[in-house]
Design a protein around this ligand. Sequence first.
Ligand SMILES: C[S+](C)CC[C@H](N)C(=O)O
Ligand SMILES: N[C@@H](CCS)C(=O)O
Ligand SMILES: [Zn+2]
Length: 329
Amino acid sequence: MAVAVEEIVRRAGGCAVIDGGFATQLEALGADINDPLWSAACLITKPHLIKEVHMQYLEAGADVIISSSYQATIPGFLARGMLLEEAEGLLRRSIELALEARDEFWKSTLRKSKPVYNHALVAASIGSYGAYLADGSEYSGSYGEDISAEKLKDFHRRRLQVLASAGPDLIAFEAIPNKMEAQALVELLEEENIQVPSWICFSSVDGKNLCSGESFAECLQFLNASDKVTIVGVNCTPPQFIEGIIRELKKQTKKAIAVYPNSGEIWDGREKRWLPAQCFGHKSFDALAKRWQEAGASLVGGCCRTTPSTIRAVSKVLKGKTAYSATQI
Ligand SMILES: C[S+](C)CC[C@H](N)C(=O)O
Ligand SMILES: N[C@@H](CCS)C(=O)O
Ligand SMILES: [Zn+2]
């Protein structure tokens, strides 16, 4: 694990807390994200809400906050009529907004008589090619016959360069649905010699494999060989699948494991809406979070349809008393 991540995990008492659903909370604050850019539309229309969401997750106890760049892509911004320079400026802005929120929050925490938080890390979000397509393929991993690892690298290359150079502590590849994209990302990190440590998190719809049906084991073979990837895991996957996936990942890797499931609701990519959860069971998200820690996760948080109150409960159950000292790394 990279030093900063190792340190924040240690200071959190063995399991660091990641923030929760970012787009979800933007919507809760009144943003309209029914847009080809999804939550990244707010970089253009409502940047103040982006900062507000980061603040709310920091307040809730997040040790790692994830930037608003999940669906912020250069082709997406160009299709909006922007110049390349403007598109790259918005990518950088997504990181600045998170860094500003983190630093302002930290200063205000130090002024409190009983500070209770870690100096959080900022992770630069990079969503999958399927997220950009916005056609549901981010949960199927089916990109069609014409796509190749080289095309995926070309899609990700410039955004990765711009985000990595904007000063994040981590790069967070989120909800990667298939092996070809994971392999392309690992190769790209090497080719571009990216110095910011990365996590690669997959998504799963059956709890056994990636969304594409490919196994975690075959992906872990090349992830394990990369020094650029310091954390592996799953996100935007129903909570009832997480414990089993952690156990599978533990068999396949020595890397740190991050999990940040969604609420269990299912995204309908065609209708652009969330459908009710199937068989979540009776356990609350925070009680499950404790089990994920015990199963071997080093970073735990929430994805779509989780909120600051989810993360507050997770922070309380995972960090308990260890949260009661302010720590800067
Ligand atoms: C994580 S999903 C809910 C993101 C939304 C999707 N890429 C879309 O634009 O429709
Ligand atoms: N970081 C993104 C992930 C979407 S799957 C969000 O929380 O909106
Ligand atoms: Zn999600």
